[in-house]
Every structure is written in C-alpha cells, then in structure tokens.
Design a protein around this ligand. Structure first.
Ligand code: ZN
Length: 72
C-alpha cells in the first residue's frame, strides 16, 4: 500500500482556529488581528461564565497581606 499518510497529518497550526484561513506569522496562531480578538472575546466570555479563575487570583492576594500584617 503506497498511500500517503501525510493526508492525515493536517497542519492545523497553519490554519486559523477561528476562520480556517492560512495563519499569518505576524498574528500567530491566527490569520489576523480580527480573529485573535474574536478568540480573546470567546475566552473572556468563558471566564466570565466561570468565576472560579479570576476569583482565585484576587483572593490569593488578600490573605497574603492579612497574614503579613498579623505576624508583624
Ligand atoms: Zn482567521
């Protein structure tokens, strides 16, 4: 069998995950600023849906100060 296994190894890294267009090195891993913004918007949207991550970051800073103040 001399089929080309390359067909299966699709270079996903060279395709914009938003629109599927060829990626522009300047805007990796997207094809343009527009798509990178769309992706960012999706991320922010998901973050707002799950308040666990941003909250953890904020809380991690608060107890640190309190402990430092108490020990001194
Ligand atoms: Zn794109």
């Amino acid at each position: 069998m001399s089929q080309r296994p390359r067909l299966r190894a699709i270079p996903t890294e060279t395709a914009c995950p938003i629109c599927g267009k060829p990626v522009v090195p300047k805007h990796r891993p997207f094809c343009s600023v527009r798509c990178s913004r769309i992706d960012l918007g999706r991320w922010l949207g998901e973050v707002y849906r799950v308040p666990a991550e941003p909250s953890a970051d904020d809380e991690a800073d608060q107890p640190r100060r309190s402990e430092d103040d108490d020990e001194h």
